[in-house]
Ligand binder design. Structure first.
Ligand SMILES: Cc1cc2nc3c(=O)[nH]c(=O)nc-3n(C[C@H](O)[C@H](O)[C@H](O)COP(=O)(O)O)c2cc1C
Length: 172
């Protein structure tokens, strides 16, 4: 799969088969996530890999009942580490750490797609409940859950928009 095919073909997948995802495969996805750029190369991000059915169910509740969180065989919770970035960049580090985590999340989704896995970025969750479930250290900010599994659906592409709405040319 070339990059354009990967970018255009990736979809948010919310239905998964029962087939488990091997640990080495999960590790390869996290290695791909870590190829993402990072402010000052500080890598102000960490990953919690949840395969326990009980904890996935609890995370599904934290995600306001989103069922694919419980049904996916793997949920990766991507966390930003604002203090790590803040030590060098002060207040701006807060934003950088969130961008570090978001960049990694995008690479994780693309790597999953490249391997034929389905995945979905989940941003709608109660941060405090997720913190409690994972017993996160206070310094970490959970920014995204990613449900991952072998796909049991092939979603159609979402409607695209007219790019001229979003592009602002400032030409000399
Ligand atoms: C910041 C962010 C938060 C999102 N939160 C959720 C979510 O809570 N639940 C969900 O099912 N999808 C969520 N999505 C996935 C979007 O719904 C999806 O990317 C969008 O509809 C475009 O579809 P596509 O990913 O197939 O291109 C989120 C995506 C992003 C980037």
């Amino acid at each position: 799969m070339n990059l354009k095919e990967a970018l255009e073909g990736r979809r948010s997948v919310r239905r998964y088969s029962d087939r488990p995802v091997d640990r080495e495969v999960i590790v390869s996805l996290l290695e791909a996530a870590e190829t993402a750029p990072s402010a000052g190369n500080l890598r102000a991000r960490e990953y919690y890999v949840v395969t326990s059915p009980e904890l996935r169910s609890a995370l599904s509740v934290a995600a306001f009942g989103q069922e694919h969180v419980a049904r996916a065989p793997v949920v990766v919770v991507v966390c930003a580490d604002p203090a790590r970035s803040g030590m060098r960049y002060g207040d701006r580090g807060q934003l950088y750490s969130i961008q570090d985590a978001a960049a990694a999340t995008t690479c994780l989704l693309l790597a999953a797609h490249d391997l034929g896995l389905g995945s979905c970025w989940i941003g709608a969750f109660d941060e405090m409940v997720a913190r409690d479930i994972l017993d996160l250290p206070g310094r970490l900010l959970p920014t995204a859950m990613v449900s991952i599994g072998w796909p049991d659906e092939r979603p159609a592409p979402p409607p695209s928009r007219d790019m001229t709405e979003a592009i602002h040319w400032i030409e000399g």
